[in-house]
Design a protein around this ligand. Structure first.
Ligand code: SAM
Length: 227
């Protein structure tokens, strides 16, 4: 078993079977969030971060170069769902807050269980289209991560950046082509969303297609140059 830190607090874990795996140090040892594998190396427990269950893991495995979420980063996470990816983000930032917005009450109930163990996850039942409604809770952040599968995905990131992202902070967005249009060529849709991000104030510094883990998905990373 070999381990190497590939980004701050993100590890490549080699179990000797030739499969590329990444993981995070568990903030809550011996507890699983979504059935992930737990591995102990030199007395430290790591959670294997499954690329089939998390687009951020898929992007890292597929060669993401810019990973702005680090130990100590403040994050606004849009579309937390039941907390699969947010739980790994919480492991990475350690004591820093992840303001986690989710608009489906039933899913939020599941997410609350994850927040009970990871005190740096701050659940917000809200609509990512309306950042003003949670502006009394969220502070200025270093990174916004968005995974909401909505037709106006790019616009949602820009709106939230205007409210909460520090100058030169990072926006990360997973774009699902089929949430925007089921018949158009995904490449055209990605180009269009990228233009929305650039016009809105982002300089795009990275883009990673996350196939085969997710079909017709791309992850963009941009630096916020807006006001
Ligand atoms: N990011 C999660 C992960 O990797 O663990 C998965 C997110 S899932 C693809 C998308 C989530 O976004 C769903 O739980 C959905 O309810 C939520 N969502 C969709 N539109 C939203 C909106 N406008 N505001 C807040 N949450 C939204």
């Amino acid at each position: 078993m070999k381990i190497k830190e590939i980004f701050n607090n993100v590890y490549e874990i080699d179990l000797g079977d030739g499969i590329k795996r990444i993981g995070t140090k568990s903030l809550v040892p011996s507890k699983r969030v979504y059935g992930e594998k737990l591995i102990e190396i030199d007395g430290i427990e790591y959670r294997i971060w499954n690329p089939n269950k998390s687009k951020l893991s898929a992007a890292i495995i597929n060669g993401l170069k810019n990973m702005p979420i680090k130990r100590g980063s403040k994050v606004l996470y849009l579309g937390s769902s039941a907390g699969t990816t947010p739980s790994h983000v919480a492991d990475i930032t350690e004591n820093s807050p992840i303001y986690s917005v989710e608009f489906a009450p039933r899913i939020m109930r599941e997410f609350l269980e994850v927040c009970r163990d990871r005190k740096n996850l701050i659940p917000i039942l809200g609509d990512a289209n309306m950042p003003n409604t949670y502006s009394n809770i969220v502070e200025t952040v270093d990174v916004i991560f968005e995974d909401v599968a909505q037709p106006n995905q790019g616009e949602i990131l820009v709106k939230n950046a205007e409210w909460f992202l520090k100058k030169n902070g990072y926006g990360m967005i997973s774009i699902k082509a089929r949430s925007i249009d089921v018949v158009r060529d995904p490449k055209e849709i990605f180009k269009e969303q990228k233009e929305i991000l650039i016009k809105g104030g982002f300089e795009i510094v990275d883009e990673v297609n996350i196939e085969p883990f997710e079909k017709d998905h791309i992850l963009f990373v941009g630096i916020w140059k807006g006001e």
